[in-house]
Design a protein around this ligand. Structure first.
Ligand SMILES: C[S@@+](CC[C@H](N)C(=O)[O-])C[C@H]1O[C@@H](n2cnc3c(N)ncnc32)[C@H](O)[C@@H]1O
Length: 321
């Protein structure tokens, strides 16, 4: 899981890419640039809608509220100003778009884009309940959506790591920016730096085989932008200038109880992928896997809930003026 680019390669496995220089051994860039840009990511978009949406909704309390610890460290530092026009890419349940809408004030506006309608239904309900009139949500694939150069600031929290073709997606985000506009994306660092995702996978792999090359996925995956060098290359290829990386380490709340956390891990993320792909074998071994995972999670239970370490990059880059 921690090897740079591996997830990206798996994500592109259905394309006619094996045999091309760099498919298995080379850089993310050589693969990313090779994907047909007229057909970005439909397989992954379908996966988000069909497989992940119900699980994300079930564990919204972890994905939104639990990860708030992480965002709280980052949000005040975002280079967003009153009156800005902001685009939030892969906005999910819309909580960051709503926060950004408060930041830009009545003279500014925020558009959230996501490829998953079920998330946007919740985003629209929450923004209506918040009484804000300067935030709207659109369904679309951010890699190919036809944006105008309208936005002062383009933001994505944990959205761009799932682009089938990250260079194409980042370039398309740049077309949404006015000259001199800023883009900030938050992406996870490596699995080793993120035990809240990596630890459970190791436990599950003691019982089940790793997912095969034919596994259905949501895209390159949470660690696909962990390499500073590779992402710098992606940003430059996508036409950005002055990429800056800031490491943010922060605890995250991954479940109210050990049981909640264990069920979350078996449903989503790298452990969830192993469990899902193992099918009947996983169900046969469910009891012993649940017991082992609960035992591994138990030491992280605090008065607040299950708290584990996480680490991300906050990456900012500019559209040339
Ligand atoms: C890990 S979630 C992050 C959601 C939200 N930004 C947050 O921080 O809670 C990734 C989101 O990206 C969306 N997504 C993935 N690929 C996308 C694409 N190509 N275009 C638009 N949205 C995409 C998914 O539907 C999902 O809502």
């Amino acid at each position: 899981m921690g090897q740079p680019g591996r997830l990206c390669y798996r994500g592109n496995r259905h394309r006619a890419l094996p045999g091309m220089p760099g498919y298995w051994e080379g850089t993310i860039m050589s693969v990313a640039n090779a994907v047909d840009p007229t057909d970005p990511g439909r397989e992954f978009v379908d996966f988000w809608n069909e497989i992940l949406a119900p699980k994300f909704i079930r564990f919204k309390h972890i994905l939104v509220d639990g990860l708030t610890h992480h965002s709280a460290a980052i949000f005040p530092t975002l280079p967003v100003r009153q009156g800005d026009k902001v685009l939030d890419v892969g906005c999910g349940f819309g909580d960051t778009a709503i926060q950004l809408a408060r930041r830009v004030g009545a003279d500014g506006s925020v558009v959230g884009i996501d490829c998953c309608e079920a998330f946007l239904d919740i985003a629209r309900q929450d923004s209506a309940a918040s009484g804000l009139s300067n935030v709207t949500f659109i369904e679309g694939d951010a890699q190919s959506y036809s944006f105008g150069p309208d936005y002062d600031f383009v933001f994505s929290r944990f959205g761009t790591m799932f682009f089938e073709n990250p260079v194409w997606g980042l370039r398309n985000m740049r077309t949404a920016m006015r000259p001199g506009g800023l883009m900030t994306m938050i992406v996870w660092r490596t699995a080793d730096d993120n035990p809240w995702l990596g630890m459970a996978k190791q436990v599950v792999l003691d019982f089940l085989p790793p997912p095969g090359d034919e596994a259905r996925t949501c895209g390159p995956g949470p660690f696909s932008m962990a390499s500073q060098e590779a992402v710098t290359g992606m940003l430059k290829s996508a036409g950005y200038v002055d990429p800056q990386f800031k490491r943010v380490d922060a605890p995250v709340l991954v479940g109210e109880t050990v049981e909640d956390s264990m069920q979350f891990q078996l449903a989503l993320g790298p452990a969830g992928e192993v469990f899902r792909e193992a099918g009947d074998l996983a169900e046969q071994r469910r009891e012993e896997i649940e017991a082992a995972l609960s035992e591994a999670i138990a030491p992280f239970l605090t008065d607040e809930g299950v708290v584990m370490d996480s680490s991300s990059w906050v990456i900012t880059a500019s559209n040339p003026a």
